[in-house]
Write a protein of this length. Structure first.
Length: 485
């Protein structure tokens, strides 16, 4: 009992001393004697080589109301096309607020709003003045709730008969800057839909009000729409489901400001709120050059696209080290990155954070809405002063990398290494490095930041992970207790 206690005390005292061990390509004893004098702690550094490759990430789990629309080509990262299918929320017992004049609907539109700021920017990526064309197709089969981004719209839609189409530029140059800068502007894409469809909605409220008694019955009447880019390339806009709306326009007989009978315009709205199904789709093409074996680097690209796979030679580590008697104390993992050399590749920026976790745990991690546990999953973090800082620090809030040194830091991941060797000693550890969005919160003022959510990155991001021999070298710090008697 006393010997075990001394052993634990000695190992605790060793923690800060481990960083003093020099790296070597062979098993090296770098420690000496730690008190008490009857017990010896030997400290070792073992150097191994990990490997890295680029693997395809065909789809991602995207349980989110955020979505992208458009198509964009990049000379390095290929082409990304993003679109979506969605239902529309119907309030229980819905009916028109007013009776349309002569029972007639004037028009119906699909409107997609997106963000604008007073500095003149919009929530878009790429060339915001590139001419684009969007088309809306009717959904004629019930949408199945699927949070993965490789669903086939063809199983839900008749792609031969669009409801409507519209040409647009993400930045509307026809709107006066004088009004735009005053805030009298909301960027939008408006697709004119058949007035007959709006008339059908109104007639249904009169003839079959039970259609609007529940969301399920309304979905049977109007299953939804598929919205996709059908012309142009160069721009992606970002929006949310609540900003995707159907607008039915009509007039009714009422009193104007002078109390005179007059036809007054009115609108009925249906939005794609989070209560209904929204299926996001990302389709990557022309990415063969990213997947090709490259001796110098691997790639990471979002949304979906490709990611980096690391293989840690745990079978060699277990063979060389006496795991039963050796304590693994440190394995720090950092990844260096480069930006594309092509000056025309301007829309892709480094992802805010990278997530590191075993290849076989990716599905469960995102479907179960987990966050990093710093045991078997790690999120990259920034460094305030060059020293390593916990992933829960404020440095990890906005940027999970150090831009000055172009480094993503993961810290000490020895717990992951030890768990894998214990559970799967005959298999090398395969890890995926994924671009993610980290949400951070504070429990109280001046308290440390903590991760409140991690989701796949759905905005354009990309970089090259450097994989030369020196950067792929990993050093395992370990110690062993030896009884001097």
């Amino acid at each position: 009992m006393i010997k075990g206690l001394k052993k634990r005390i000695a190992l605790c005292g060793l923690a800060t001393g481990l960083i003093l061990g020099a790296c070597d390509d062979t098993l090296t004893e770098v420690g000496t004697t730690v008190q008490p004098p009857g017990d010896l702690i030997s400290v070792f550094t073992d150097t191994f080589q990990m490997s890295a490759s680029t693997v395809k990430l065909d789809s991602i789990f995207a349980k989110t109301a955020n979505c992208m629309l458009g198509e964009m080509y990049d000379p390095v990262y290929g082409t990304i096309k993003s679109d979506f299918l969605c239902q529309f929320y119907c309030e229980e017992g819905f009916k028109f607020a007013q009776t349309p004049y002569n029972g007639k609907i004037d028009s119906m539109d699909l409107i997609i709003y997106y963000s604008f700021n007073l500095s003149g920017g919009v929530s878009a990526y790429g060339d915001t003045v590139a001419p684009m064309r969007v088309s809306a197709f009717p959904v004629n089969q019930p949408l199945k709730r699927n949070f993965y981004t490789n669903d086939d719209p063809g199983q839900y839609c008749n792609m031969e008969n669009p409801l409507g189409a519209s040409t647009y530029t993400a930045f509307d140059m026809t709107f006066p800057d004088s009004l735009r800068n005053l805030g009298y502007y909301t960027p939008q894409i408006r697709v004119k839909l058949p007035v007959e469809l709006g008339q059908k909605f109104y007639d249904e409220t009169v003839n079959n009000p039970s259609t609007f008694a529940s969301q399920a019955s309304f979905n049977g009447f109007f299953p939804g729409i598929y919205v996709t880019n059908t012309f142009g390339s160069g721009c992606l806009i970002e929006t949310t489901g609540e900003n995707i709306v159907l607008r039915i326009s009509y007039t009714y007989m009422g009193k104007d400001s002078q109390e005179q009978d007059s036809l007054i315009p009115a609108y009925q709205w249906f939005s794609s709120w989070k209560e209904v199904i929204q299926i996001n789709r990302y389709k990557n093409s022309q990415i063969d050059q990213l997947l090709a074996d490259n001796p110098d680097h691997t790639y990471i690209k979002s949304p979906a696209g490709v990611c980096t796979k690391l293989v840690i030679p745990t079978t060699k580590i277990a063979d060389r080290m006496d795991i039963q008697n050796r304590f693994i104390n440190g394995f720090t993992l950092n990844l260096k990155y480069d930006l594309p050399d092509d000056e025309n590749s301007f829309a892709y920026v480094p992802p805010s954070h990278l997530l590191l976790l075993p290849e076989d745990s990716v599905t469960a991690f995102f479907e179960n809405v987990r966050i990093e546990d710093n045991n078997t999953s790690f999120v990259s973090y920034g460094s305030i002063d060059g020293s390593t800082s916990a992933a829960s620090s404020s440095a990890a809030t906005s940027l999970g990398y150090v831009s000055d040194t172009r480094t993503y830091l993961f810290g000490n991941i020895s717990s992951l290494l030890k768990a894998h060797i214990k559970n799967s000693p005959d298999e090398d550890l395969r890890l995926l490095v994924l671009p993610v969005r980290r949400e951070a919160s504070m429990s109280s003022y001046n308290s440390p930041y903590y991760t409140s959510g991690i989701t796949h990155t759905i905005t354009p991001s990309g970089l090259k992970i450097r994989k030369n021999e020196e950067l792929m070298k990993i050093v395992i710090l370990s110690s062993q207790y030896e009884d001097s008697k």
